[in-house]
Design a protein around this ligand. Sequence first.
Ligand code: E4P
Length: 217
Amino acid sequence: MKFFVDTADVDAIRELHELGMVDGVTTNPSLIMKSGRNIKEVTKEICDMVDGPVSAETVALDAEGMIAEGRELAKIADNITVKVPLTWDGLKACKTLSDEGRMVNVTLCFSANQALLAAKAGATFISPFIGRLDDINIDGMDVIAEIRQIYDNYGFETQILAASIRTANHMKQAALIGADVATAPPAVIQSMVKHVLTDKGLDAFLKDWEKTGQKIL
Ligand code: E4P
């Protein structure tokens, strides 16, 4: 499973990138707002650092507007993925932009039917939002599993990009179901390293080592 980082925080991306953990980046208008930076400037900085796809989201509501914004965002770098919402106009924009050879990420997906439409419209990525489904007591992972089955049934090449990931357990479940990509905030990716028995074991080893009086260096 590929890891995308869901943030516009350049320093946080750099830290994970140095560890080889970053296969791509996703941003959205809320994350751009949080960064306090200009969308084109910050996205360019991210694209210069990361080789993989970097999603930049359109904000127009009509297909024409989304297409124009998508073309403008795509000028930032070759690895830009234009992000459009899962509306009828978003699907029209997806079709046009993907026919032009651009990568398109269809976002705000909450059902398998929506994902089926996005694949038909030529989406490169479909972004089902797990956490926001969980928030309304619908198991987001069920939706990922349904999309996986439908895409596999018909050989769709659209990649499932599990989004709105809130916990390390979400990452594990997405990987078990076979999501192609998971995008998560840096803190969630870092939290995957944690295990109480690792901490406990390390503590015991260090205490015993101290008793030996030895040094390695
Ligand atoms: C994905 O591309 C979105 O930017 C993101 O995963 C949304 O996550 P949230 O529901 O935590 O805002």
